[in-house]
Design a protein. Sequence first.
Length: 454
Amino acid sequence: MTRQLVSLLILLGIIATACSSGEATIGSASDEQTPTADDAPATSDDPQTAPESPDETTTTTTIPLTGPTTTFVPDTSGPFSTDGGAQFDTASVDGIIIEQDPDRGPLNSYTAWPTDWSRRTVEDWTEFRAGLQASDPRDGIPPIDSPVFESVALAGQWLGPRDPGALVQIDGEARFYPLSILTRHEIVNDAFGDVPVAVTFCPLCNTAIAYDRRVNGEVLRFGVSGLLRNSDLVMWDDATTSLWQQISGEGLIGDFAGAQLESVPTSIVSFAQFAESFPDGKSLAGESAFGRQSYGVNPYQGYSSGSRPFLFDGEIDERLPALSRVVGVSEGDAIAAYAFERLEIERIVNDEVAGVPIAVFFAGETADALDQQAIAISQAIGSAVAHDPVVDGQVLTFTANDDDTFTDDQTGSTWSIVGIAIDGELEGTQLGALQHRNEFWFAWQAFFGPESLR
């Protein structure tokens, strides 16, 4: 129960920080910057209409917990056993075991969760206990449903060159989602033309990955469930209240149990790397939610420099520190992981996964979004991006240069971290993106196994 209270306190503190600092600016974007559900995402390119960067610092407000904290679970097939750990006596409501306050009777929060708990792909539900409160935890960390975008020039007024973000490209359009925003919202329900996507980030696992929101012909809206599994974000959809694993895109519980979201290649790069490679690209604006002055402060200060992940009780392969980063590459059912500590030395890995050639580039001074209180001054961790090295049927192999560029051995062309040829015979060519993710070692090995480390 202590861990449950700590989890809820942290969640409420994050929400309070964002709300207290952003209250005056919610809705401050112009009408032209507020897209409807049927419109494409809005942009803000006029410097005169964009809010100025503030001089004041963000303050933190703590909301105290009041009243008893309760949890509930399904009776015989629920997420955890109440034996030996219930704070209150239990009662059955519609076949559901619900903890109850002796003075007030059953606290029936089950009505807020119309999830079909009988349909599931996971046997161990223990970690769901941290989020199953008497009050509904869904979207306590609010996702962004009407994203507003701005030009590189406007984004540069408040983002530093080392600020990290998720880079997503679809049909030639590139967008940057600052982690300073994603740490406070975790999900952005977006669309690239007629392709609906959910751009997601789990701060506890450092996993940024985008998914196509279409399942069985239906476009889903994803939210933050308030639940965790192996310390990773569990998402929910508003169509069926099914629960989804963020790190893998797998449907865990509910009508969509066993379904698989289609992932969209996503990289974590610095704002400078994005701006240099995609000067006409768009960056997620703070006006999408609380206003830009609400972002840039890390609510997970010191987390990445700790020795143990938060709310994770699983075993950890000790070949790497639990909170060290790896690049996980997927090719069909085959996977491989490469430690940042290896990439910092080698800078380039030419390899194969299931017989498919890959190239992992490492470069830059990208800041750690989960280190210091101010993300802009956090330690440099670099960027690692996995590419398909095949161009016109030819497999390219690469050598790292001293200026954070890469040269292929076949044509002598020079390439950037995002896989664009910036000089030489292949200038203007962009390598295909591979399915990959940057995450903490404990999370990768918990979901995908430690044997994949190379």
